[in-house]
Ligand binder design. Sequence first.
Ligand code: PLP
Length: 391
Amino acid sequence: MASQTFVKTRLMTPGPTTVPPAVLLEMAEPIIHHRTKQFQAIFAEVSQRLQRVFRTEQPVLTLSGSGTTAFEAAQISLAKPGSKVLTIGAGKFGERWQDIYDTYAEVLGLTENIKLNVPWGQAPTADQVDEVLKANPEVSIVTLVHSETSTATACDVQAIAKVVSQTDALLLVDGITSVGTMPVEMDAWGIDVLVTGSQKALMLPPGLGFVALGERAQKRLEEVKPRGYYNLDLRKWLKSWQKQDVPFTPPVSLIRGQRVALEMIEAEGLENVWTRSRLLAQGARAAFVAMGLKLISDSPSDSVTGAFYPEGINDSKFRAGTRDDQGIHIAGGQNGRGASWKGKIFRISSMGYVDSGDMLAALTAIEVQLIAGGHVIKPGTALAAVAGVLQ
Ligand SMILES: *Cc1c(COP(=O)(O)O)cnc(C)c1O
């Protein structure tokens, strides 16, 4: 299909994701000053809508920065000096939260960063967490990734939260590719801190990070004094939030766009969004398996799906093909301590502004490029498999 002169781009990477036209239009509105009633009304509305997406009655803070900014802020603001932290790694992002505590260990006065690592593609379990916490009652923080985007794997946050809530430790959950796309019940499951970023399921450009703070986390902020950080001090963000305000100049346009994106989520219904994402991911998994590919996860997430390349497929050629010939932009693999998946896998997203037409187009493009690379499959295999799920 290289003879095509017009290619419509579909961004199917697991962040950033496609931004709906209504959100783009809203962000083109003139900049207003943030210390005004007009901005405060928008901010208050956004905050309330965020609480509904996070399934919490507690504050959801909106920080300037990416998802990493938001998670780092939570990690450093909440750790207790003289305590241990437990950081669970099962992919690139869990390993990042391990690195952040290594970086700050001295400044924060941490005595140990206990790293619980499970093989990439597997989910950590409540029993594994329970065992470490029983042996280490001085742990003050547990970090966990709900949907590990690098391995397309979801874990049982509800079961792990139950274990952690019986201790003095706070559970910090990276929900960056779960909030707004998969069921996560912050209050009902007893999650202490839940984080996401704007460019994944919330259908916005990159640039905002969100931190929801449960009651135990708010109490911890009062008990612990900040040390070695300033802008990322959640005490400042929480204090401003209580007046429906922000401590520093916010990305006003993004917050305007966010109001519209959250309105769209509520108009569809959050549960309907979860169902849509789940069906699209199930369709992707069915198509990959039908094409003879091996999934990268034993416990697949519904926001991102990944597969190992079959023999003979070249990663950069394959992904350049789907992107340049068919307009389907998908992601490759990542390297970390637990695995080196660059060049070995590819991943597609089912988060945010994506429908069955997008998924059919993406899976067909993948099939075409696999065939072009010499993988033997009957044309139409992907379509038949995904149609079986979506019908
Ligand atoms: C994208 C992602 C991050 C990092 O977010 P940034 O916005 O790039 O900082 C962290 N965790 C998970 C699970 C992600 O998918």
